[in-house]
Design a protein around this ligand. Structure first.
Ligand SMILES: [Zn+2]
Ligand SMILES: [Zn+2]
Length: 142
Protein backbone atom coordinates (compact mmCIF):
# COMPACT_ATOMS: atom_id res chain seq x y z
CA UNK A 1 0.00 0.00 0.00
CA UNK A 2 1.17 3.51 -0.66
CA UNK A 3 1.75 6.24 1.87
CA UNK A 4 -1.47 7.84 0.66
CA UNK A 5 -3.50 4.87 1.78
CA UNK A 6 -6.55 6.10 3.58
CA UNK A 7 -8.53 3.51 5.46
CA UNK A 8 -11.98 3.88 6.95
CA UNK A 9 -13.93 1.75 9.34
CA UNK A 10 -16.55 1.75 12.01
CA UNK A 11 -18.61 -0.11 14.54
CA UNK A 12 -21.47 -2.51 13.89
CA UNK A 13 -24.31 0.01 14.28
CA UNK A 14 -22.60 2.84 12.40
CA UNK A 15 -22.66 5.35 15.26
CA UNK A 16 -18.86 5.50 15.38
CA UNK A 17 -16.85 5.92 12.20
CA UNK A 18 -13.11 6.44 11.92
CA UNK A 19 -10.38 6.94 9.36
CA UNK A 20 -6.68 6.27 9.42
CA UNK A 21 -3.91 7.36 7.07
CA UNK A 22 -1.03 5.16 6.12
CA UNK A 23 -0.64 1.41 6.33
CA UNK A 24 -1.11 -0.36 9.65
CA UNK A 25 1.85 -2.18 11.19
CA UNK A 26 2.22 -5.25 13.38
CA UNK A 27 -0.86 -6.99 12.02
CA UNK A 28 -1.59 -9.73 14.50
CA UNK A 29 -4.06 -11.92 16.24
CA UNK A 30 -3.92 -11.30 19.98
CA UNK A 31 -4.94 -14.22 22.14
CA UNK A 32 -4.54 -12.44 25.49
CA UNK A 33 -7.31 -12.76 28.04
CA UNK A 34 -7.93 -9.01 28.14
CA UNK A 35 -8.62 -8.85 24.42
CA UNK A 36 -10.77 -11.95 24.59
CA UNK A 37 -12.95 -10.50 27.29
CA UNK A 38 -13.08 -7.02 25.77
CA UNK A 39 -14.29 -8.36 22.43
CA UNK A 40 -16.12 -11.49 23.55
CA UNK A 41 -14.04 -13.40 21.03
CA UNK A 42 -11.36 -16.13 21.22
CA UNK A 43 -8.82 -13.76 19.64
CA UNK A 44 -8.75 -10.22 18.29
CA UNK A 45 -7.01 -9.05 15.11
CA UNK A 46 -5.18 -5.73 15.51
CA UNK A 47 -3.19 -3.31 13.38
CA UNK A 48 -1.11 -0.41 14.65
CA UNK A 49 -1.36 3.13 13.27
CA UNK A 50 0.36 6.37 14.19
CA UNK A 51 -1.97 8.02 16.66
CA UNK A 52 -1.95 11.32 14.80
CA UNK A 53 -2.98 9.46 11.64
CA UNK A 54 -6.14 8.14 13.27
CA UNK A 55 -9.28 10.12 13.91
CA UNK A 56 -12.92 9.51 14.71
CA UNK A 57 -15.03 11.04 11.95
CA UNK A 58 -18.49 10.36 13.37
CA UNK A 59 -19.85 9.73 16.83
CA UNK A 60 -17.79 9.36 19.99
CA UNK A 61 -15.40 6.66 20.99
CA UNK A 62 -16.37 5.42 24.44
CA UNK A 63 -13.32 4.39 26.43
CA UNK A 64 -12.48 2.35 29.43
CA UNK A 65 -9.25 1.49 31.17
CA UNK A 66 -8.71 -2.28 31.00
CA UNK A 67 -5.49 -2.14 32.99
CA UNK A 68 -3.41 0.68 34.46
CA UNK A 69 -1.64 1.66 31.22
CA UNK A 70 -4.29 0.51 28.72
CA UNK A 71 -7.34 2.31 27.37
CA UNK A 72 -9.75 0.50 25.07
CA UNK A 73 -12.17 2.28 22.79
CA UNK A 74 -15.57 0.94 21.80
CA UNK A 75 -18.99 1.99 20.59
CA UNK A 76 -21.28 2.75 23.51
CA UNK A 77 -24.35 1.97 21.40
CA UNK A 78 -23.48 -1.44 19.95
CA UNK A 79 -20.38 -2.51 21.88
CA UNK A 80 -18.00 -3.01 18.97
CA UNK A 81 -14.40 -3.15 20.18
CA UNK A 82 -12.50 -0.56 18.12
CA UNK A 83 -9.21 0.70 19.55
CA UNK A 84 -6.44 0.04 22.04
CA UNK A 85 -3.96 2.54 23.46
CA UNK A 86 -1.01 1.75 25.73
CA UNK A 87 0.67 4.53 27.71
CA UNK A 88 4.08 3.13 26.82
CA UNK A 89 3.29 3.72 23.13
CA UNK A 90 1.86 7.26 23.20
CA UNK A 91 2.44 7.78 19.48
CA UNK A 92 0.45 4.73 18.40
CA UNK A 93 -3.05 3.37 18.43
CA UNK A 94 -4.16 -0.16 17.63
CA UNK A 95 -7.35 -0.67 15.66
CA UNK A 96 -9.40 -3.85 15.31
CA UNK A 97 -8.77 -5.06 11.77
CA UNK A 98 -12.23 -6.59 11.54
CA UNK A 99 -13.88 -3.16 11.84
CA UNK A 100 -12.06 -1.76 8.80
CA UNK A 101 -14.24 -1.36 5.73
CA UNK A 102 -11.58 -3.16 3.71
CA UNK A 103 -10.91 -5.79 6.33
CA UNK A 104 -10.51 -8.51 3.72
CA UNK A 105 -7.34 -6.83 2.42
CA UNK A 106 -5.45 -6.69 5.71
CA UNK A 107 -4.60 -10.13 7.04
CA UNK A 108 -2.83 -10.69 10.35
CA UNK A 109 0.79 -11.78 9.97
CA UNK A 110 1.40 -13.39 13.36
CA UNK A 111 -0.14 -14.62 16.59
CA UNK A 112 0.79 -12.94 19.87
CA UNK A 113 0.12 -13.86 23.50
CA UNK A 114 -0.26 -17.48 22.46
CA UNK A 115 0.57 -18.40 26.07
CA UNK A 116 -2.96 -17.19 26.88
CA UNK A 117 -4.61 -18.97 23.94
CA UNK A 118 -7.70 -21.02 24.63
CA UNK A 119 -6.94 -24.73 24.26
CA UNK A 120 -9.71 -25.24 21.71
CA UNK A 121 -8.31 -22.62 19.36
CA UNK A 122 -6.14 -24.39 16.78
CA UNK A 123 -3.58 -22.34 14.92
CA UNK A 124 -2.97 -24.04 11.61
CA UNK A 125 -2.26 -21.08 9.33
CA UNK A 126 1.53 -21.36 9.49
CA UNK A 127 1.98 -17.82 10.78
CA UNK A 128 4.65 -17.10 13.42
CA UNK A 129 3.51 -17.56 17.00
CA UNK A 130 4.81 -15.67 20.02
CA UNK A 131 4.17 -16.64 23.63
CA UNK A 132 3.78 -12.97 24.54
CA UNK A 133 4.48 -9.82 22.55
CA UNK A 134 6.38 -10.16 19.31
CA UNK A 135 7.46 -6.57 19.30
CA UNK A 136 11.03 -5.53 20.01
CA UNK A 137 9.89 -3.19 22.73
CA UNK A 138 10.34 -3.20 26.44
CA UNK A 139 6.62 -2.98 27.19
CA UNK A 140 4.04 -5.65 26.59
CA UNK A 141 1.68 -4.99 23.73
CA UNK A 142 -1.48 -5.94 25.57
ZN1 LIG B 1 -21.95 1.09 17.23
ZN1 LIG C 1 -4.51 -8.65 23.63
Amino acid sequence: MSAETHLTGGCFCGAVRYEAAGAPRSLCYCHCESCRRAAGSPAVAWGTFDRNAFRVTQGTLAEFRSSAPVTRGFCAACGSCLTYRHEARPGEIDVTLATLDEAARLAPQMHVWVADKLPWVRIEDGLPQFAATALPRAEPKH
